[in-house]
Design a protein around this ligand. Sequence first.
Ligand code: DX5
Ligand code: ZN
Length: 216
Amino acid sequence: MRMIAPSILSADFSRLGEEVKAVDKAGADLIHIDVMDGHFVPNLTIGPGVVKALRPHSKLLFDVHLMISEPERYIDDFVEAGADILTVHQESGAHLHRLIQMIKAHNIKAGVSINPATPAVMLEDIISEIDLVLIMTVNPGFGGQAMIPEALNKIAKIKEFAKGRKKPLLIEVDGGIKVETIAAAEAAGADIFVAGSAVFKSADYQGNIQALKKVR
Ligand code: DX5
Ligand code: ZN
């Protein structure tokens, strides 16, 4: 069963709490929260204060995607705010292994994301340490971009690195996921599908989520 993680980047920011509640009710499996710092990516979005304010609005897992430089400075704040999965970028710094240990010390799930230009092999030596790999299928920073389908080829390589591990490795894809592209992402091996514009494009969130879940 496809897991759909609506990205609230495409929600109405003046009513974020209601939007989170609405997609929860509409059949979302996780809530994807895009954190951008205007440095690692050319956009500014949400900080831990907003995550904390949203926390009472849903019991779904908060899947927090940190597109920020020096993420180590903010791990504690996002855990305290209620993140259930914290995903950092491989490209964000020199000490990825240490960063993963910092996240895991809080007993939450640790994810690592790679940009379209980053090869899968960059994750080979830390794959046993993490719970989730987030494959960027667009260059991070903005919603509503077209998928870069070549990025999906990395999933098979990552699964190869993860062979033999005991706990499951979740594969999440992010960027340009819509009715026209989700089946290819699933065929490539993804488990969790982030969808911003495809969920929030019209008021029928339930219909939009069901369409993503059902299309072959
Ligand atoms: C992009 C973000 C995505 C984005 C996806 O930097 O990480 O989560 O919101 O938006 P869509 O689904 O519209 O491509
Ligand atoms: Zn994201």
